[in-house]
Ligand binder design. Structure first.
Ligand code: GCU
Length: 596
């Protein structure tokens, strides 16, 4: 009797633990498009589940009726189909402002081969993903803007396999971002999904960039995953005929260290090299550029020369379709506008954009400010939240560390000063320095005061950053308190100053009401904000760059005015139809002057 009781206790304990111990997704392998991938993009069958009944109904289990009395109150067959990649909000009108669960299902055929390994890769799922394969849960991932993967080698079988993904985009008090943010909460499988096949021992990750302050010394590493740890690695640069050989150690790691007089990447010459990275069991091609970035005094240096950051803020949204930007065409629309404006940098707000966007920016000669969505109302007192943001930061750096176009990692936007927040930020800055010592680290802050035409940046956390980035809306949220040219800056420490956000709202074409009134929402009022801001910039000695908020009007549930906003934030230099507001031309002219 005692034996039975003991076994029951053990069984209950195991069940209890397994209920809460979801396996966490793995960090995604480097450069997924350079591998043996099969796209699982396209139409996925879905079950829309606003009150999470699918959890107890176990909708990941195929509903097979086995007798005359049995029935199921769910099915993926005969239901809606949603496009992947893509947010669900813009695909069905009943999902426009939906913030709950959608179950996705996709089947794929497979003939597994001995010696190969199989992975499911997700470019991003917003916000919580729980993934099932062949009716078994394989793991979870939190975070809406970074890739993740699951190894499924021992779970796939010959023939048809079925993947089910529970996607939930409910805002969470302990989330990153949390419950308040000024963009539409697009949920869904918003980026590409791939089935990935690798050799038993594959090239899992690599970091190949110039060491800090060097123009010709590469100091990186490569890591294998699999049984055969000790392998010879050959790195070939076909264009130059260079071959460099290395040997991985017992952990499958090798230092990649060599010198070469590269043609350095720059906005004027976005040079990248084809690289072939070969081990004895795997090979991957990548296109990598080489440049150095640093700060000296109040200037940012690119390849040792001062560069003024002519940036613009961009949300990951195609304004014409009012949906998450998910394709190369979407990315091209946004980046072509940035180039036309005269930018040499884009601030990809407020979260890592899709990988193709970062690669396209680099190819077009646009430097990138890349940011994790540690945005405003974050609960830094909750250790789980801090753990989530640290993991998200590692995911962002892991994915884009070989993208020379990325020059700044940003760890937050407008978070409120507190001991817990400062501690979390110092921790994140340390992660950046540890993973990637060659890039700049910043955060967009708003802990400042503007009184008697004196702008004081008092946030002590900025002293841990490489550049001080300030979001200020003088002329919009706060009126000028003197002539813009007479502004007095008081900085908590001497570092380059980047104006990471400024601007105001105008409804394209509206020139109603008195132009000196903000409530006119007029283009003329907005244009005056920009004229005044430019005068201030000309009088700001430690200015290293500016980034208007923002390129194009975008959707936000926080913007309620029924005439001028109707669910859109109208701070774009362009309307949601790509029409140029008066302010566009003021920025374009300033950027032209900045080069002189
Ligand atoms: C803040 C915030 C943006 C927001 C902007 C605005 O600075 O960083 O995300 O959209 O203000 O008020 O429009």
């Amino acid at each position: 009797m005692i034996a039975i009781r003991k076994s029951r206790i053990i069984c209950y304990t195991i069940c209890a633990l397994s209920m809460y111990a979801h396996a966490r997704a793995e960090m995604a392998m480097q450069h997924i498009e350079g591998r043996n991938i099969t796209s699982l993009n396209g139409g996925w069958d879905v079950i829309i589940d606003p009150t999470n009944n699918g959890d107890w109904r176990k909708v990941w289990i195929e509903p097979v009726v086995q007798n005359d009395h049995q029935f199921f109150e769910y099915s993926f067959d005969g239901g809606p189909v949603l496009r992947v990649p893509g947010d669900f909000n813009s695909q069905r009108c009943e999902l426009t402002y939906y913030e709950s669960t959608v179950w996705y299902r996709r089947r794929f055929e497979l003939r597994p081969e001995t010696g190969s390994r199989y992975f499911l890769y997700f470019g991003a799922v917003n916000y919580l993903a729980r993934v099932y394969l062949n009716e078994e849960e394989i793991g979870v991932h939190e975070g809406g803007f970074t890739p993740f993967q699951f190894e499924i080698t021992n779970r796939v079988h010959e023939g048809m396999n079925t993947v089910v993904v529970r996607v939930n985009n409910r805002r969470r008090e302990d989330g990153v971002p949390a419950e308040g943010y000024d963009w539409l909460n697009y949920g869904g499988i918003t980026r590409d999904v791939y089935l990935v096949v690798t050799p038993e021992t594959y090239i899992e990750d690599y970091f190949i960039q110039l060491r800090k302050d060097s123009f010709n010394e590469v100091d990186g590493w490569i890591r294998l995953n699999g049984e055969r740890k000790n392998q010879r690695i050959v790195l070939t640069i076909p264009e130059t005929g260079q071959k460099f050989s290395f040997k991985t150690d017992g952990d499958g790691r090798a230092r990649i260290h060599f010198n070469w007089d590269f043609e350095l990447w720059s906005p004027e010459n976005p040079k990248r090299y084809d690289l072939i990275i070969e081990s004895e069991t795997d090979m991957i091609h990548d296109r990598i550029g080489f440049r150095t970035v640093g700060v000296e005094g109040f200037r940012v240096l690119l390849n040792g020369k001062p560069v003024f950051l002519k940036a613009v803020n961009i949300h990951e949204e195609n304004p014409f379709t009012g949906s998450r930007a998910a394709t190369a065409a979407d990315n091209r629309v946004l980046l072509d506008w940035a180039k036309e404006l005269g930018c040499n940098m884009v601030r990809l707000a407020h979260y890592p954009h899709n990988e193709a966007m970062v690669r396209m920016a680099e190819e077009m000669g646009l430097m990138v400010w890349s940011e994790i969505p540690v945005y405003q109302h974050i609960n830094f007192k909750n250790p789980k939240t801090v753990k989530t943001m640290n993991h998200m930061l590692r995911e962002m750096i892991t994915r884009d560390k070989n993208r020379c176009g990325v020059i700044i990692w940003s760890v937050s936007n407008e978070t409120y000063a507190s001991p817990e927040r400062d501690q979390a930020h110092i921790g994140m800055v340390n992660i950046c320095r540890e993973m990637d010592p060659a890039r700049l680290v910043s955060a967009a802050i708003s802990n400042q005061s503007y009184r008697d035409n004196t702008f004081e940046v008092w946030d002590p956390m900025v002293c841990h950053l490489d550049i001080i980035s300030v979001n200020e809306y003088i002329g919009w949220y706060v009126p000028w308190q003197g002539h813009p040219s007479d502004i007095n800056w008081v900085m908590v420490c001497d570092k380059p100053l980047f104006i990471s956000e400024f601007g105001g709202e105008a409804h394209y074409g509206s020139n109603h009401g008195p132009k000196h009134r903000a409530a006119s929402w007029s283009e003329e009022y907005l244009a005056q904000i920009y004229r005044d801001q430019m005068m201030m910039f000309d009088a700001t000695p430690n200015l290293c760059g500016i980034s208007p908020w923002l390129l194009v009007d975008y959707r936000s549930t926080a913007r309620l005015h029924p005439v001028y906003q109707s669910g859109w934030n109208r701070k774009g230099l362009l309307s949601d139809q790509g029409e140029k507001k008066k302010a566009w031309f003021i920025v374009q002219d300033y950027f032209r002057r900045a080069d002189k």
